[in-house]
Design a protein around this ligand. Structure first.
Ligand code: NAD
Length: 482
């Protein structure tokens, strides 16, 4: 299966020369070294882009329907190897096999949906001002797509970008996450086995600054799709903007979940726990701000603290959450909590590393957090949520919108009127009523407003707009030649 030293995947496995420099990928559940991955730089990126340019010249002329047939086969192979893939996802992230299988199935579903888009790839036909003239729009490939992904849901993150990039007729160069090199490697192998021509999917391993930046800067990369933190997204947006390359930036969130006094509190409790702590809070769509009406605050928070205390932390299917992805991230979260307590924030439950190896943090709830506090303002990307007491619905909406982010938001209420109003007024790209802050589906467009992105939407049909150029095509006909 995956080698202990994971190289790049350029053209095909054989086309990727060995690396001189390696980085260590550790197991988040034990802290032990799992693999070495190539620590690549600009030269490797350049070779990968060259392979992509060459392969794309042919692929771009293959009809969309036929491209879709290849993608269907990729999705089918991924499904056949779902256990292999999920095992790697679980190993690299420390999440349970159950969660890893669910994520793999999501990637298969996305593959199937995008394969079907090959039969559509709709443009528009319209009328022309002139006689004997047809006017229409058609989609054209951009060329090479540079795809940069994080490790929180590694197989989903890859599928979300690779399938739409390919169906639109592009070749892809993926900068894999340094925290999930093997998942990307296996994806490339599966694509090759499915018959995707060499050079259309290239995987470069390495760190962001060393391998990601040259990909962003490469003049032959026409579109960069990045999922990751807002800080890095801003930098990528600026660099790519300087050379007028297209970008899709899917960034962080500090997502609010509002519990109204008319909510089904049992249901709200269940969804708060899932939204704040599943995947160890490492979702862009995690709920990290819980806004509770003051007349039910004490009752709800007591129940929530109790339920949080009962959550099981570990890697098995009966556990509720696993470790965070690496030691740096763990230290950052613990440090932020320590500092916050120094400023007067109160940890109600959790707030510490669990004993033993691995990067496990107890699920943590914090109250007495000022809205000017770092903990309220900034994403931590871990199992930590802040609580806020709100007077009423108006104050809940105002507090929900009091963020530089605007990715997802959720409200728990029995009132249709309130739910509808919330959807209209909350600043977010995704709003959920009586559910969680996460849970978007592969055929639906996902993305945020404000600091959570640059307004693009992936996946869904809307992703096609990121990965294709729109061409206006006018055809003049001559009635005399009929
Ligand atoms: P990150 O921004 O540190 O890294 C993401 C990827 O970018 C990695 O592959 C990394 O190597 C690369 N990278 C880092 N610096 C780079 C640079 N200067 N130039 C080019 N590439 C660079 O994020 P992370 O900690 O790996 O992931 C967590 C973040 O991702 C959170 O902020 C989370 O909200 C966000 N996220 C967003 C979505 C979404 O759809 N909006 C989904 C998942 C995760």
């Amino acid at each position: 299966m995956v080698p202990a030293q994971i190289g790049n995947w350029i053209q095909d496995r054989l086309g990727s020369s060995e690396s001189e420099d390696w980085l260590e990928k550790r197991n988040p559940a034990t802290g032990g070294v799992l693999f070495q991955a190539a620590r690549s730089g600009a030269q490797v990126v350049s070779r990968a882009v060259q392979a992509a340019v060459t392969a794309q010249a042919t692929w771009g002329r293959v009809p969309g329907v036929q491209r879709g047939e290849v993608l269907f086969e990729m999705a089918a192979r991924l499904q056949q190897r779902r256990d292999d893939m999920a095992r790697l996802v679980a190993l690299e992230t420390g999440k349970s096999m159950r969660d890893a299988l669910g994520e793999t199935d999501g990637a298969v579903a996305l593959g199937r949906f995008m394969a079907g888009e090959g039969q559509r790839l709709y443009g528009r036909t319209t009328t022309s001002r002139m006689e004997n003239r047809l006017a229409m729009t058609v989609r054209q490939p951009i060329g090479v797509a540079g795809l940069i992904v994080p490790a929180n849901t590694p197989i989903a993150n890859l599928a979300w970008k690779i399938f739409p990039a390919l169906i639109c007729g592009n070749a892809a160069v993926v900068k894999a996450s340094e925290d999930a090199p093997a998942t990307a490697w296996l994806f490339a192998e599966i694509a090759q086995q499915a018959g995707l021509p060499p050079g259309l999917l290239n995987v470069v391993q390495g760190y962001g600054r060393e391998a990601g930046t040259p990909l962003v800067d490469h003049p032959a990369v026409g579109v960069i799709s990045f999922t990751g933190s807002s800080a890095v997204g801003r930098e990528i947006g600026a660099r790519a903007g300087a050379r007028l390359a297209r970008t899709s930036l899917e960034l962080g969130g500090k997502n609010p979940l509002v519990v109204c006094d008319d909510a089904d509190l049992e249901n709200a409790l269940r969804w708060v726990l899932l939204s704040a702590f599943s995947n160890a809070g490492q979702r862009c769509a995690s709920c990290s701000r819980i806004l509770v009406f003051e007349n039910i605050y004490d009752e709800f928070v007591d129940r929530l603290v109790e339920a949080t205390r009962l959550l099981k932390v570990g890697t098995s299917d009966s556990d509720n959450l696993g470790p965070v992805i690496n030691s740096r991230q763990m230290e950052l979260i613990l440090h932020a909590l320590e500092e916050a307590q120094g400023r007067g924030c109160r940890v109600l439950v959790g707030g510490k590393r669990l004993p033993g190896p691995g990067y496990f943090i107890a699920p943590t709830l914090v109250d007495k957090v000022e809205r000017t506090d770092d903990l309220w303002l900034h994403e931590l990307f871990g199992p930590v949520a802040c609580l806020l007491r709100v007077r009423d619905y108006e104050q809940a909406v105002e507090a929900a919108n009091d963020s530089v982010y605007g990715l997802t938001a959720c409200i728990h209420t029995e009132s249709l009127h309130r739910a509808h109003d919330f959807g209209n007024r909350v600043q977010a790209g995704v709003v959920v009523v009586n559910g969680g802050t996460f849970g978007s589906e592969p055929h639906m467009p996902f993305g945020g407003v404000k600091g959570s992105g640059n307004g693009t939407r992936e996946p869904g049909t809307e992703a096609l707009d990121i990965y294709s150029n729109l061409l206006d095509l006018y055809i003049h006909t001559d009635p005399g030649k009929v």
